[in-house]
Design a protein around this ligand. Sequence first.
Ligand SMILES: O=P(O)(O)OP(=O)(O)OP(=O)(O)OC[C@H]1O[C@@H](n2cnc3c(O)ncnc32)[C@H](O)[C@@H]1O
Ligand SMILES: [Mg+2]
Length: 198
Amino acid sequence: MMTFQQIVLASHNAGKLKELQAMLGDTVQLRSIGEFSSVEPEETGLSFVENAILKARNAARISGMPALADDSGLAVDFLGGAPGIYSARYADGKGDAANNAKLLDVLKDVPQEQRGAQFVCVLALVRHADDPLPILCEGLWHGRILSEASGEHGFGYDPLFWVPERNCSSAELSPADKNQISHRARAMSLLRQRLGLA
Ligand SMILES: O=P(O)(O)OP(=O)(O)OP(=O)(O)OC[C@H]1O[C@@H](n2cnc3c(O)ncnc32)[C@H](O)[C@@H]1O
Ligand SMILES: [Mg+2]
């Protein structure tokens, strides 16, 4: 069993840090890569897996600590899986509100039954920058894209993501509830098993 007291989280997204730390509890402390560097690596991979590994290696190199990365995004069926790995950059780096506005606009004439989508999360954990065997865990969360934003919790695309098992948007879930059922929760549950924390 691998034991870690502190891991650097290879993410500049405060929402991810909050969710992942809540899921890990106090057995492992996540430290943000923002404590070490404000430079974000270019996400040049063609898959969630490649980008997660790239971010984890970069953070381990900068911090000298074991590193966990989360590469995630929203895959919309009608758009052939877009924005996918480009979710953060969908509106050319203008941020969450612009990403959401663009998605609503692109789907404006698409009927409900064709608005299926899934959130994807890949977690990659490396013990050091050149780790030849990163631990990889993935999680999917199936839902639908709403035709208008709803809810104040969460971050990113949460206000547009309808959660069928709860009959509300992801941004209407309490943080604790989202952390039980989300794509990130599923990936983290697998990671906890791999680390012997489950
Ligand atoms: O790369 P880091 O620094 O971790 O932070 P990021 O926000 O750029 O993260 P990604 O590159 O993985 O892009 C993920 C995109 O998917 C969105 N996303 C991921 N998980 C989400 C969630 O649980 N709820 C809403 N949106 C989410 C998020 O807002 C981004 O637009
Ligand atoms: Mg990113």
